[in-house]
Design a protein. Structure first.
Length: 391
C-alpha cells in the first residue's frame, strides 16, 4: 500500500463530532434520573430547534426519528388512507415510507438537473394536466384520489425553490410538508426555513450534520399542528390516567437523545460553517470541465452541506462504480447516493411522471467524506486521490 501509514484508517462520509457538552448533558440526565420521555432537556432542545428555523418557542415537537416526524406530519396535515402525496423520486426511502405508513401513496415527480430538488415547472405541468381543484380539495382526475400533500426534499441539505413551491401549493390547495431531514441550518434566500412550509421535518440520525444518535423533529408556524403531532406521537393520551382519545403512536424523543441534540445544536453555526467550507473546497478543486460537476448551490440557497460530492459529467467515460472502488481501496469512504424511489421494489407500481432527469443523474452522483471532523490533510488526500485517478 502506497499511502502514508498515518492515513490508514477509513475516512468516513459523515460521522458525529461529540466534542461539545454532550457528556455534560448526559451526566445531567443520570444525576437527575431523567432518562425517558419526560425530561427538562427535551423542551430546551425543542426551543433551540424553533429558534434555529426562525420560529417562536412552542413551534417544534421532537420525535424518535425523522421517519416518525414525517409520518406524524402526514397525519396532522390531513393525509388519509388512499390519498396521493407528491414527492421527488430522488429521495431517501423514508419519505415514501412515511406516506405508506399513513395509508397513502406517493406520486413520484422529477427533480430539476440544476438544484437536484423537485422541479416546480414539471410539478405545475403535472398538476395542471392531471388534477381538478374544488372548494377544498385537489383531486387526481384519472384515479379520483385526493392529492393531500406536497413534500419537497432538501437533497444534501440544499433548499428547494420554496417561493415557487409555496405558490403552487396555494393555488392547488395542497399542504406543504418539507422533508428537510438533513437541512437544519440551511437558509432560503438568506432566511430561516421554518416559515416556508406548513410543516418542516428534521432527522437527527447519527449520520446527519447534527445528531441525537437517532431522533427527529417537526416544526410549524401553526402551533395547533405542532400540538396535534405531539399528542398523536405520545400515544394520544389526554392526561395522566390512561385515557387516550385516538390510536396514537409512541414516537417520542427521550431526554438522553435531547441531551446529545442540545449539545450539538449549540454548535450548529460552527458545524454548518465547517461543512460549507468542506463543500466549497471540493467544489473548487474537483470542478473539471466535462468530467466532474460539483453538487449545486442555487442562488436562492445556503445549503447546510450535509454531504459533499460531485456528479460525474454525462460526457465523461469514468465509471462511477470503478471510481468508488478505487477510493474504497484507499480507505476513502465514497459511495453512490440515493437510489430513486421508482426503482425500489415496494414502489415499483407507484404513480409517476416522466423521471428523465432522475434516471439520467442518480447513478452519476457520488458522495465523499464530509464529516465535521474531516481534517485538512484528509480532505487533501481525498482530493488528490480523485485527481490522480481521473488524470
Ligand atoms: C435521513 C433522512 C430521513 C429519515 O430520517 P431517520 O431519522 O433516519 O428516520 C428522511 N428523509 C431524508 C431526505 C433523509 O435524509
Amino acid at each position: 500500500m502506497s499511502q502514508d501509514s498515518s492515513l490508514k484508517k477509513w475516512i468516513e462520509i459523515s460521522i458525529p463530532d461529540l466534542s461539545g457538552k454532550e457528556k455534560y448533558y448526559l451526566d445531567q440526565c443520570i444525576k437527575t434520573n431523567y432518562l425517558s420521555s419526560i425530561g427538562p432537556l427535551i423542551e430546551k432542545f425543542e426551543d433551540e430547534i424553533s429558534s434555529s428555523v426562525g420560529l417562536a418557542n412552542g413551534s417544534t415537537t421532537t420525535t424518535s426519528s425523522g421517519t416518525s416526524a414525517l409520518h406524524l406530519s402526514m397525519l396532522v396535515a390531513g393525509v388519509n388512507k388512499g390519498d396521493l402525496v407528491i414527492i421527488p423520486s430522488y429521495t431517501f426511502i423514508a419519505t415514501a415510507n412515511a406516506i405508506s405508513h399513513a395509508g397513502a401513496f406517493p406520486w413520484l415527480l422529477d427533480i430539476d438537473s440544476k438544484s437536484l430538488t423537485i422541479d416546480p415547472i414539471i410539478l405545475y405541468d403535472e398538476l395542471a394536466k392531471n388534477v381538478v381543484v374544488n372548494a377544498n380539495h385537489c383531486i387526481h382526475k384519472e384515479t379520483g384520489q385526493r392529492v393531500a400533500a406536497l413534500v419537497p426534499v432538501f437533497s444534501f441539505g440544499h433548499p428547494a425553490n420554496m417561493d415557487k413551491l409555496g405558490e403552487i401549493a396555494k393555488e392547488f390547495k395542497i399542504p406543504l410538508i418539507t422533508d428537510a431531514a438533513a437541512a437544519i441550518g440551511s437558509k432560503y434566500k438568506n432566511l430561516d426555513i421554518g416559515p416556508f412550509s406548513d410543516l418542516t421535518c428534521f432527522s437527527f440520525n447519527g449520520n446527519k450534520s447534527i445528531t441525537c444518535g437517532g431522533g427527529g423533529a417537526i416544526c410549524s408556524p401553526n402551533k395547533d399542528l405542532v400540538n396535534k403531532a405531539k399528542h398523536l406521537g405520545s400515544t394520544a393520551k389526554t392526561g395522566p390516567n390512561y385515557v387516550h382519545d385516538q390510536i396514537g403512536y409512541n414516537y417520542r424523543m427521550i431526554n438522553t437523545q435531547a441531551a446529545i441534540g442540545l449539545a450539538q445544536i449549540e454548535r450548529l453555526t460552527e458545524i454548518i460553517y465547517k461543512k460549507r467550507e468542506i463543500a466549497k473546497k471540493y467544489s473548487l478543486r474537483l470542478k473539471i470541465e466535462k468530467v466532474l460537476d460539483p453538487l449545486p448551490e442555487m442562488d436562492w440557497a445556503t445549503s447546510s452541506c450535509w454531504l459533499s460530492g460531485f456528479v460525474i459529467n454525462e460526457s465523461s467515460l469514468i465509471k462511477p462504480k470503478q471510481l468508488i472502488n478505487h477510493l474504497n481501496k484507499k480507505f476513502i469512504r465514497a459511495k453512490e447516493f440515493w437510489r430513486p424511489i421508482h426503482i425500489q421494489q415496494p414502489y415499483k407500481d407507484a404513480l409517476r411522471g416522466n423521471l428523465k432527469v432522475t434516471n439520467n443523474l442518480w447513478e452519476r452522483i457520488i458522495i465523499l467524506p464530509s464529516s465535521f471532523s474531516l481534517t485538512f490533510e484528509e480532505q487533501e488526500y481525498v482530493i488528490t486521490t480523485i485527481l490522480d485517478y481521473i488524470n
